[in-house]
Design a protein around this ligand. Structure first.
Ligand code: SAM
Length: 480
């Protein structure tokens, strides 16, 4: 048995971040790991891409080759060791003993015909409402208890769970081998998930065809992300219609996620057939009120079994409608304007309802491609369009730095100066972000106030320009 084997660990990943990140952290400290290589199957999860840029390990970016990628991608020709581990990215390796790799290597050396020797998987502690619970009880636990091979190995073949191979013996995908007994045990993370969130929700929402080992799982569990809920809704019969462009779903997800488990009050201007309001009611399980408003009298016929949801029929930009909305809920966390998309209506809705937004709340204007079209009162060079209005609003985020004008002068096309200044003083804008056809406006809050805050100067060596240190010294003197 080789006492200190050198092993390359190949993690096959797609769109998962937290689990592989923790695996890599454990592997970086595991004796015998010569190299860690991540084989990425066409991921699109942005935080994952950002993480890849920070790690000192090789990442092989591929199209989605699926679970056999470590063997079909050619990566085995590029590694510096004959011994290699292939692993899925969804294991908790934190309890692995430090001698795991020498132990597996010794077994493989003595029993090369096995092809691979893998870890076994912990089957305890799976939540009662895990969709995997039955599967684990039926297929994963019993063989582990019954069948044993040489040297205490468990006669249970390994697919793509963490297993050691020798490329001189096995360099193609095969389900074979045996599993090590305790304590060489990993925890299979998805078995413990009841409500997918974050990267796992993103993964489930972006599964392609049959290339996922979570296929069975996703059949039973839908992620509760905006995309997941739209996908689930699409499969139900007799549901109210909603229409959204694909790219909006991620923008909504990013904007809504911080509010997901809060007792939110939401207003949607423009509900049409009512589907989006229903989906928002599913997205926010603890929402207090979900109010829709639509000018179309037919929307009076929309029925929701959920008492938190109510539709008010009327023109959102009429005082009477505003009063009914404000009576139902005097302050909102989220306001979505998906109404007429006409420039005058959009600006009027913003000026009318933004004051009802709570500090820290978010206002979303949808379908803003209309802002560039003449028939909606817009136009690319039209300085009175709602796109121009939101651009000006974006300028107000920096109004502390204005020298030759004030906020009031920015909005002369729409509002008298004094009114603008009063509006912005009462409704401080934290940020305005533009996406394709969507504007997101956040109201500042005591938790995240507007402005630059204090100047932070760190370090004490300034070889290019030491004025900054003098500024800091002056600040410190003043504070003392
Ligand atoms: C694009 S649809 C809404 C779609 C819906 N939010 C969804 O995602 O399925 C626009 C709706 O806005 C309504 N609308 C237009 N002008 C309005 C106004 N001034 N006040 C309230 N609703 C208005 C229309 O009647 C129409 O039903």
């Amino acid at each position: 048995m080789s006492t200190s084997p050198q092993v390359t660990v190949i993690i096959n990943n797609r769109d998962l971040l937290e689990w592989p990140r923790r695996m890599v952290e454990r592997l970086e400290r595991l004796p015998g790991v010569a190299e860690i290589v991540i084989v990425d199957n066409g991921s699109s999860y942005r935080p994952l891409m950002a993480w890849y840029r920070t790690i000192p390990h090789r990442v092989l970016f591929l199209e989605n080759l699926g679970h056999t990628a470590p063997w079909t991608s050619g990566v085995l020709d590029t590694i510096g060791t004959d011994l290699y581990v292939v692993s899925d990215p969804d294991l908790d390796l934190s309890a692995l003993p430090d001698d795991t790799l020498p132990y597996l290597a010794g077994l493989l050396e003595r029993h090369p015909s096995l092809g691979k020797v893998g870890l076994s998987l912990a089957t305890e502690g799976i939540p009662t409402d895990s969709p995997y619970r039955e599967h684990v009880a039926k297929y994963e636990r019993l063989p582990q208890e019954r069948a044993t091979g040489p040297e205490g190995l468990i006669a249970m073949p390994v697919d793509t769970t963490f297993a050691l191979h020798d490329r001189r013996v096995l360099r193609e995908y095969r389900i074979c081998g045996m599993r090590a007994p305790a304590p060489y045990v990993a925890r299979h993370e998805p078995w413990h998930v009841v409500r997918p969130e974050g990267d796992f929700a993103y993964y489930l929402d972006h599964v392609e065809g049959r290339s996922s080992s979570y296929r069975d799982f996703t059949r039973h569990v839908k992620s509760d992300s905006v995309r997941g809920l739209y996908a689930a809704y699409a499969q139900e019969h007799g549901q109210k219609v909603s229409t959204k462009w694909d790219s909006y779903l991620e923008v909504y997800e990013d904007a809504f996620r911080p509010f997901k488990h809060e007792a939110v009050d939401l207003l949607e201007i423009g509900v049409q057939n009512g589907g989006s309001l229903e989906i928002w009611s599913r997205y926010f399980p603890r929402a207090r009120t979900l109010t829709g408003c639509d000018i179309n009298p037919r929307c009076g016929g929309l029925q929701y079994p959920d008492p938190r949801v109510q539709v008010i029929v009327g023109n959102a930009n009429e005082q009477a409608t505003f009063q009914r909305i404000a009576q139902r809920s005097p302050a909102f966390d989220i306001i979505v304007d998906d109404g007429s998309h006409r420039t005058n209506d959009v600006i009027s809705s913003f000026l009318t309802y933004f004051p009802l937004l709570k500090p820290g709340g978010i206002f979303i204007a949808e379908d803003m491609h209309c802002a560039y079209w003449e028939e909606y009162g817009g136009g690319v060079l039209n300085e009175r369009s709602c796109a121009a209005f939101f651009r000006r609003l974006m300028d107000t985020v920096n109004s502390d730095h204005f020298r030759e004008a004030d906020n009031g002068s920015l909005f002369q096309a729409w509002l008298p100066r004094a009114q603008t200044n009063a509006f912005l003083a009462a409704n401080p804008i934290l940020s305005v972000t533009a996406h394709d056809s969507m504007y997101l406006v956040r109201k500042a809050s005591p938790a995240r106030p507007r402005g630059l805050g204090r100047e932070i100067i760190v370090g004490d060596v300034a070889i290019a320009d030491d004025r900054v240190l003098r500024t800091r010294d002056a600040m410190l003197k003043k504070a003392a």
